[in-house]
Write a protein that binds this ligand. Structure first.
Ligand SMILES: Nc1ncnc2c1ncn2[C@@H]1O[C@H](COP(=O)(O)OP(=O)(O)OP(=O)(O)O)[C@@H](O)[C@H]1O
Ligand SMILES: [Mg+2]
Length: 235
């Protein structure tokens, strides 16, 4: 059984027409899966459906043996499922350490262990633990958002475009951290526009287009695929 499984998931926003038209996706324990596809393909919507933020109208979502279809979002972190949205993913007026502590709010007794583990992975955050998140660079802020999601050592972390707007140095750093996260036994499901370098570090890549599965292969094989390259990776 997969850690995460989307079976034929259809759904969309409020009263509006469906955005997802039967998406299939699996993530195994400790695996890195990257979702790519054109703007408006439904990549973020698919993550939001897993996170309980978008209504699933058909199909099922299973996580760690449980049916989590349309579960309230706040119940998922306790199951080991963490989600980092693309934007507004830190509290700007709170310090780094306060932001990280929020990541353990459902299990406050885990805060000290979580801080030690996250600071070991992101020494830059440790060095500035009293700094307000709003004062950080875009790359540091993204590291903080990821760090907060890691506080309870989730079984799966979902990242929506973690490298958007970042310099190449920070992109490489984030992708290296993704491999480190997987090496520690946590699975990663990541949406990326920065498709080639993301596929290069992925165990598996999935292409979504118009709310449907378009292709799937190992990360490197997908990156090398001529049609995928032409359509989605700029040649
Ligand atoms: N909150 C919302 N309410 C209504 N429609 C939305 C909402 N968010 C996204 N959509 C619509 O859903 C469709 C898919 O959007 P989604 O954000 O999932 O695409 P995406 O693949 O993540 O694209 P991008 O690469 O631009 O981030 C788009 O047509 C978008 O306009
Ligand atoms: Mg998106």
């Amino acid at each position: 059984m997969s850690l995460l499984e989307l079976q034929d998931v259809a759904g969309g926003y409020a009263e509006e027409a469906d955005i997802l038209h039967g998406v299939r996706l699996t993530v195994e324990a400790g695996e890195v899966v990257v979702v790519i596809g054109p703007n408006g393909a439904g990549k973020s919507t698919a993550l939001k459906a897993v996170a309980g933020l978008v209504r699933v109208r058909r199909g099922r979502i299973r996580f760690a043996g449980e049916d989590i279809t349309n579960r309230p979002p706040e119940t998922l972190i306790g199951l080991g499922l963490a989600y980092v949205p693309q934007e507004r993913n830190v509290f700007p007026s709170l310090s780094i350490e306060e932001n990280l502590a929020m990541g353990a709010y459902v299990r406050p007794s885990a805060t000290a262990e979580g801080l030690a583990r996250v600071y070991a992975m992101f020494p830059e955050l440790a060095a500035r633990r009293r700094t307000a998140a709003g004062a950080l660079s875009g790359g540091q802020r993204q590291m903080l958002a990821v760090g907060r999601a890691l506080m309870l050592k989730p079984r799966l972390i979902m990242l929506d475009e973690p490298t958007a707007g970042l310099s190449p140095r920070f992109c490489d750093l984030i992708f290296a951290k993704v491999r480190e996260i997987a090496a520690q036994g946590m699975a990663v499901l990541m949406v990326e526009q920065n498709a080639r370098p993301a596929l290069a570090i992925a165990d598996r890549g999935v292409v979504l287009a118009m709310g449907r599965n378009r292709a799937e292969d190992t990360g490197p094989a997908l990156a090398a695929h001529p049609e995928i390259g032409r359509l989605f990776l700029g040649g």
